[in-house]
Design a protein around this ligand. Sequence first.
Ligand SMILES: Cc1cc2nc3c(=O)[nH]c(=O)nc-3n(C[C@H](O)[C@H](O)[C@H](O)COP(=O)(O)O)c2cc1C
Length: 195
Amino acid sequence: MKFSVSELSTIIRQRRTIYPKDHTGRAVHRELIEQILTNATWAPSHGMTQPWRFHVFMGDARERLALFLEQEYLRTTPADKVMPRKLENLVQRPRQSSAVVAIGMERDPSGRISELDELLAMGCAVQNMYLTCTAHGLAGFWATGAILTGDAMRNLLGLGEGGRALGLFFIGYPAIEPPKGYRRPLDQVAVWHTE
Ligand SMILES: Cc1cc2nc3c(=O)[nH]c(=O)nc-3n(C[C@H](O)[C@H](O)[C@H](O)COP(=O)(O)O)c2cc1C
């Protein structure tokens, strides 16, 4: 089988984070979300542990998520440390996106695979989500941070001991052109050993 490397490179290089404030609000069909998540599950994992777990919030469930995040922020932040802009972002983002995927990592019960490897596999899975969004012309945004990776999110995901909440992935139709990206050139990040 032959694939188009140039198309793949275009998808990889044109993938951009597009924040929920720049989503149109148009609904993304469940079938597309299923495809995005199925592609996530085709990521590699050491020992085939397949550590990914997902909770998808669409429609009215997004409001429940927004209120949960608001409560959690106010519960865990001392009153004099509350940052209104941060709270606003936390609450508005689920409302602005079409679908929000809470991402969890479940440890293999045998413990034979390191946590590091399970987390690395999760990064591969989320990249598959990002790239599938790009291929569909959809906007994606992976958000982490204390609330989104904290114990309450872990409980919401129903993860076992050692499991970790790894943030939220927001999906929607973009209202903007993808922003211009920038990456360090290869000569700044790669060392070649040839003899
Ligand atoms: C593991 C991970 C966590 C991230 N968490 C956040 C976040 O909490 N808030 C945010 O604004 N961006 C977050 N991002 C998005 C990055 O800021 C973004 O990928 C980076 O600026 C590069 O932009 P690009 O995705 O458009 O290439 C996260 C990205 C990754 C890979």
